[in-house]
Each structure stands twice: as C-alpha cells, then as structure tokens.
Design a protein around this ligand. Structure first.
Ligand code: ADP
Ligand code: MG
Length: 657
C-alpha cells in the first residue's frame, strides 16, 4: 500500500512532519453558490476564515466597467449582484467544461452574457472581454488561497478540490485547469459526497455501509448513493487514488440542476410583491437596488425561520406606505413543502437506479446550506426513516472532507482516533459546574445511556444541556462539545420536572443527545462528532491529568454536590419556618437557626475555596440539619391537614347557606 490508511497514525515523529509549509495540502469546496477552504492538521480538519472572520466566499466575481478595473471577488461582488447584472458572474460552475449548446437551459437563469468560444466552449462576455469559466473559477480559487495563506501564515501551493459526483471528465479537467491558473497544484479532484463522508470519518469501519448524501445548496440539488467498502475488502489496490474510490463507490446519483435555496428566496420575494400589490394597488417596478434589498432580505427571513418560529417582514415603500407582516414557520413550511417533495422525487430515482429501497440506506448525510431548514431535515428523516447526520455544519462539511483527503495525501493525517471505543468519557453539566458522566471512556460503540435529571430553581421553563468530554469532574477542566436548550417547559417547582437525557453513540462514533421533559413531553436534541478536532496526544494528556487530579477532583465534585443540596435544604426549611410562624416554639426555632447558620458557613466557604472545605464535616452538618428538621416536616404536615379541614368546613357552610 503506497499511502497511509486513513485510520493509521503516521509521521508524527518523523523529521519534517512539522514542516507545515511542505506538507500542507488545503481542501477546497468550489461551490456553485459558495466556496470554502479548510485544512486538516494535528487538531483535525478546520475551516479557514478570512480576516473579517468569514468562512464563506460567495462564488461571485464582478468585472467592473472598463476592463482595466480589478475584478471584485466574493462577498462584495455578491452584495451588488442585482445592480450590476451584466458585469457580475455567478454560478460559473454551471459552465465549467461545457459547450454553449449544453447550457442553453441555464441561460435564462444567468444575468450575464454567455457566448461561444473556441471548440464550441461556453465563455462569458463582459463588455468586450471574453473570459473562460476556468478563469473566473481561478479568481475564486486565488481568493481562497489568499484566505488560507493569511490564516496559516505561510505559502500554500497544493490543494484538493471537490466536484459533484456526476461531473464528467471535461468538467473535472476544467476544474483542474482553474486550479493551475490560480497557481495551485491540484493533487486530487474528489467527489463532494465522498468528501462529506470523509469529514464524518465514515469508511474506516469494518462493515459495509450504504449511505445517501443529500446535498441541497443554493441553486442545485444532488443526491448520491455511496457504498462504503471495508478496508480489508479494498486492500489489494495499490494506487491511492484507486484506493479512495474503492472505499467509496458511487452507486448512483440523481438531482436537479435548478432546485435550491434560491427558489425559496424567490418564493418569499413573490409573496411580498403580490401582497404589496394587493394592499397598495400599485403596478410595481422596483429599481434594481430595491430588488437587491428585497432579495437579500428574503434570504435573511428564510434563514431566520430555520431557527425561530416566526420572522417579521417590513418594507418601506415611501410616502408613508409601509408593508408589514409576520411570516410564521407553519405558513412558510406550507409554501416550501412541494419544493422539498421535488428533491425527494430525485431520491426515489437515485434509489431506483441503485436497485434499493429507502430502508436499505444505513446513513443519511446532510450537505448544503439549505439542509438547515428544519422541514427539510424532518421530511428527509421520515423518507429514509433515519436521523440524518447534521453534526457537522452542512455548508462546511465538503471543505472539511477535502482537507481530510489533503492530509491523507500529505501523509500528515494524525486525527486518527479509532472509533471502536469512546476515547474520553461523555457527560453533561449539572448544578454548580460539576459534570455528570453518562458514557464512560473505553465503552464500546455503538452504545446508549440514559439518566434522569431535574431542575433546581422554581418555575424554570428552559433547561440548558451542556455536553462535555473528559475525565475530570468539573466543567472547567473538560472539553465543551456543544449545548442546546430545552424550552417551553411549563413552570413547576424545583425538583418536579422529570428530565430524561439520552446519549446514543452510533457505530461511526456520532453522538446524538436528546432531552425529554417527561411531564410535558417537550423534547430537544443535538448531534455531535465527539472526536472532531481531537488528536491522540490530547486524549493521552486528558487521561493523564485525570489521574493526577483524581483525588482533588473527587473532593471538589463532592463539595459542589453538597453545596447544591444543602442550599436546596436551607431554602425549603427557611420557607417553612416563615410560613409556620407561631406553630413553631422559640427553642426549636433557635435550634434550627443554629444548624442553618453552620451549614450556610460551609456553603460560603465552599464558594470561596472549595478545596479548603472539610467535606466530612460539611456532610455531618447537613445530616444534623436533616435530622433536626424532621420535626419541622411533622409540624408542617399537621398544619396543612388543619388548613384543609378548615377550608372544607368553610365550603360546607357556604353550600348550606
Ligand atoms: P452551494 O453548494 O450551492 O454552493 P451552499 O451549500 O453554500 O451552496 O448553500 C447555499 C444556500 O443555503 C443558500 O440558498 C442559502 O440561502 C442557504 N442557507 C444558508 N444558511 C441557511 C439557513 N440557516 N437556513 C436556510 N437556508 C440557508
Ligand atoms: Mg455545495
């Protein structure tokens, strides 16, 4: 085998492995709508941001009037797309390696001019300039290369670039050429769905799996059915390119080259325009700047509805005319349901070509910004009867996978944690910053763990679930993996809500955490790749520290638990004492107060310096209060019985009167 296998740690100690200049191969997702660049180093794959913190570079290039002007690439070009339709090139990926005849169907969607170049190839015409699609793509690649060089602080020469699985040789060659023009040596062209699978670390298990990669982007939809062949079976291939292809076989692809998030933006624009006409009775022809604003703002509305239940729309039409309305998630979902159905029809076609039924698909991987729409996830989950993989950001997963492939080619693939066991324990944050572990390290995957929790504050309607990884006892010493909120719980006294938290880790090491409040049925969930960005030496380090601090940690956890429980006791007892008033004699009241004061001192000390607290003495003080308060419980029960009798007596007098 000429190249290291993805799951074997290599090169860590060999000289030159730290020479990142030499071994760094970046991964690029050159998308129709958006492009990104990523790198995989010791900490696993990560997206590289520009100086402004933006990861996404819109695949848009503007060639300002008068061909001497420097091209404007990315964000800024996109912001003025509607204003400069004739000089702004977008969706150029559609033209790559194509003839004009091939793309006649696309032309109505493109605002710029497409002409015939030599050998019948499609070219872009801006003013009197004729530009090849490769040149336009090269400008985007150059921009990404700059982003990478600035983020990494050194030169970058080599890259892996992704293309759709259905790209033919001419389209792949055009993509290579674009890389060359941008001064990049293209080490490999990788299929986008394969990259997505690589990012999730799929394909190094020992069993054969069939996965569906559902990619809903800005203007295009692709569904690919991949067969993952276990390494043992693919072992005989020597050339590493054949190797990757034999691990990930594309069984079938389908899609729609004009189905994507842009359609949804357009639906919202049309809704707004129609209602403006109805309300103000105008024949509307908006100037380009207004149309641009309307478009951007429709996209923002759509994105807001992926997270919230409603979004406000407001358009100032001048002359004191303001169009205003709220778009509810439900109504929005009604608008886009048939649009999602169109993508499912493609899934059916791809499955039919593969000779399969939806239930034969083992995993569904989500790719593309539009898969953030909850209805898309929900309908796809129902269609395949499986929880789709969403743990990695769907619009970054392809670039991340390209970077993984780059690091394999560079021989610097160190993010290689075998996933048959959980390398570090997994748990959630509990009161006082302690960690309750649900899955212990070295558990075999797949596995599942459940635990019940409750609230510690009266009337809490939202609970934060914070997921942590590590062997230490306190949140501050563990690795935070993510968090989510379980909202809409009806107000109840502390301790009454019944919260069931489930950790499920599947065979690929993907963690699903769900929380259900059993009394109200409210549910929320999150998906995480626990080992993403975790290197072997970090695991060793965290394990080492857990031994080193074991004693202190255990004590700290114990003191924190005592503090939380003691505070709850004090709260309850003080409230009772206040309520019962004269029903408690002075001596007993004084005795209780004494216990409360002692315990309060312990709590304060444990807040200032928990390690200095004598945990045994703290526990004793708490137990003494527990014992002393038994009488208080009795008095309290007797009192409430008396109260009840008094009310029912009152009720019967009311009735007879
Ligand atoms: P492509 O692969 O076509 O280059 P992307 O995968 O980046 O494109 O997807 C871009 C699309 O995703 C756009 O239509 C954008 O509006 C949409 N999108 C991005 N984020 C969200 C979100 N949170 N909710 C809904 N749509 C989103
Ligand atoms: Mg894409």
């Amino acid at each position: 085998m000429s190249e290291p296998r993805p799951d074997i740690q290599t090169n860590v100690d060999s000289p030159g492995a730290t020479d990142s200049n030499r071994s760094c191969i970046i991964g690029i997702d050159l998308g129709t709508t958006n492009s990104l660049v990523a790198v995989a180093d010791d900490h696993g794959p990560r997206i590289l941001n520009d100086a402004g913190g933006h990861a996404i570079v819109p695949s848009v290039v503007r060639f300002p009037e008068g061909s001497a002007g420097e091209p404007i690439i990315g964000r800024e070009a996109r912001a003025h797309l509607v204003e400069f339709p004739a000089e702004t090139v977008y969706s150029v990926k559609r033209l790559m390696g194509k003839s004009v005849t091939d793309v006649t169907g696309d032309l109505e969607y493109l605002g710029y001019q497409v002409v015939q170049g030599e050998h019948d190839t499609a070219r872009v015409r801006i003013g009197d300039r004729i530009i090849s699609p490769q040149e336009v793509s090269a400008l985007i690649l150059q921009k990404l290369r700059e982003v990478a060089e600035n983020a990494l602080g050194h030169q970058v020469r080599e890259a892996v670039i992704t293309v759709p699985a259905y790209f033919d040789d001419a389209q792949r060659q055009a993509t290579r050429d674009a890389g060359r023009i941008a001064g990049l040596e293209v080490k490999r062209i990788v299929n986008e769905p394969t990259a997505a699978a690589l990012a999730y670390g799929l394909g190094h298990g020992s069993k054969q799996e069939t996965i569906a990669v559902y990619d809903l982007g800005g203007g295009t939809f692709d569904i690919s059915i991949l067969q993952i062949i276990p390494h043992e079976a693919a072992e005989d291939s020597t050339d590493d390119s054949a190797q990757l292809d034999s691990f990930f076989q594309v069984v079938s692809t389908s899609g729609d080259t004009h189905l994507g998030g842009d359609d949804v933006d357009r639906m919202i624009v049309e809704l707004v325009e129609r209602e403006i006409r109805e309300e103000f009775g105008m024949e509307l022809t908006f100037p380009p700047s207004t149309r641009q604003a309307l478009r951007q703002f429709s996209e923002a509305t759509k994105i807001r509805l992926s997270e919230f239940d409603q979004a406000e729309i407001q358009v100032d039409l001048g002359e004191e005319r303001v169009y205003q309305r709220v778009l509810l998630r439900d109504e929005f979902e009604g608008m886009i349901r048939s649009w999602v159905d169109r993508s499912l029809a493609c899934c059916t076609r791809a499955l039919r070509d593969a000779g399969m039924k939806p239930d034969q698909i083992d995993r569904v991987v989500m790719v593309g910004g539009s898969t953030r729409i909850p209805l898309v996830r929900q309908m796809l989950g129902t269609y395949f009867d499986a929880e789709p993989y969403t743990a990695l950001d769907p619009d970054k997963v392809v670039a991340l996978g390209a970077a993984v492939q780059g690091s394999i080619l560079a021989g610097s693939h160190t993010n290689a944690l075998l996933l048959d066991v959980i390398p570090l324990s997994l748990g959630i944050e509990t009161m006082g910053g302690a960690v309750a572990k649900l899955v212990m390290r070295n558990s075999m995957v797949p596995c599942q763990a459940k635990e019940m929790f409750s609230t510690s504050v009266d009337g809490q309607t939202s609970i934060k679930i914070h997921i942590l990884q590590g062997e230490r006892e306190m949140v501050a010493d563990c690795r935070s993996l993510g968090e989510f909120h379980l909202r809409g719980i009806p107000p109840m006294p502390a301790g009454i809500p019944k919260l069931e938290v489930t950790f499920h880790i599947d065979a690929n090491g993907i963690l699903n955490v769900s929380a259900v409040e059993m009394r109200s049925g409210k549910r929320a969930a999150i998906q995480i790749v626990p080992n993403h960005g975790l290197a072997r030496d970090e695991v060793d380090q965290m394990e080492l520290e857990s031994y080193k601090f074991a004693r202190e940690d255990m004590k700290l956890h114990r003191v924190v638990d005592l503090r939380v429980n003691a505070a709850l006791d004090i709260k309850w007892i003080s409230e009772r004492m206040g309520k019962l008033g004269n029903a408690i004699d002075d001596d007993y009241r004084a005795a209780l107060q004494q216990h409360l004061d002692t315990l309060t001192d312990f709590i304060e000390q444990s807040e200032d310096d928990p390690q200095s607290v004598d945990a045994d003495a703290f526990l004793k003080a708490k137990q003494s209060l527990d014992e002393a308060s038994v009488r208080l419980h009795e008095i309290s029960i007797a009192q409430s019985l008396r109260d009840e009798r008094a009310t029912s007596a009152q009720d019967s007098t009311d009735e007879s009167g």
